[in-house]
Design a protein around this ligand. Structure first.
Ligand code: T46
Length: 139
């Protein structure tokens, strides 16, 4: 699987509180064209269930936590985002599902491109077929 690991963000703490830095080039390996936030979540309402053809993203749980299932069509793993100084890179063609959101979760996403529904693969069977075609074409 690609480098889909939780990474520590730089945190600067003093008596006033904590300041966390997200820098393009260091923490986000692409120019950020869009960000969006998800909140008002529930543990029983998973989200995601898609892959992106081209989009790259970095996710941060600014508050609360959730589990993220990552699947490249061959390997599957679950990672937990549960601190505002942790980030997760998710590249193109990774099926991802977000589960077990805490109700206080504020989930932030930093994305490499503007919203484009045509970039989504929302059916798991279509995703598996697209991965198989990519492998056949040697991508
Ligand atoms: C992702 C995961 C982590 C827009 O109009 N503009 C936007 O920028 C976004 C992100 C969504 N939308 C619309 C599309 C749908 O009608 O908002 C609605 C909900 O989106 P969706 O069902 O895709 O939400 P999630 O939480 O399943 O997925 C989102 C992102 O869409 C997706 O790119 O990787 O969060």
């Amino acid at each position: 699987m690609q480098d889909n690991q939780i990474k520590a963000l730089r945190k600067i703490e003093d008596v006033r509180g904590s300041l966390v830095v997200i820098e393009q080039g260091r923490d986000v390996p692409f120019p950020i064209k869009r960000s969006y936030f998800i909140y008002g979540t529930s543990p029983d309402e998973p989200r995601g269930f898609h892959a992106h053809k081209q989009l790259e993203q970095v996710f941060v749980c600014l508050r609360g936590k959730c589990d993220i299932v990552l699947d490249d069509g061959k390997h599957k793993k679950t990672v937990k985002l549960d601190a505002p100084d942790q980030s997760l890179y998710v590249g193109k063609m990774i099926w991802h599902e977000m589960h077990h959101f805490s109700p206080d979760c504020i989930f932030a996403a930093f994305a490499s491109d503007l919203y484009d529904e045509a970039d989504y693969i929302r059916g798991y069977d279509d995703f598996v077929k697209a991965v198989a075609n990519m492998r056949k074409d040697g991508e």
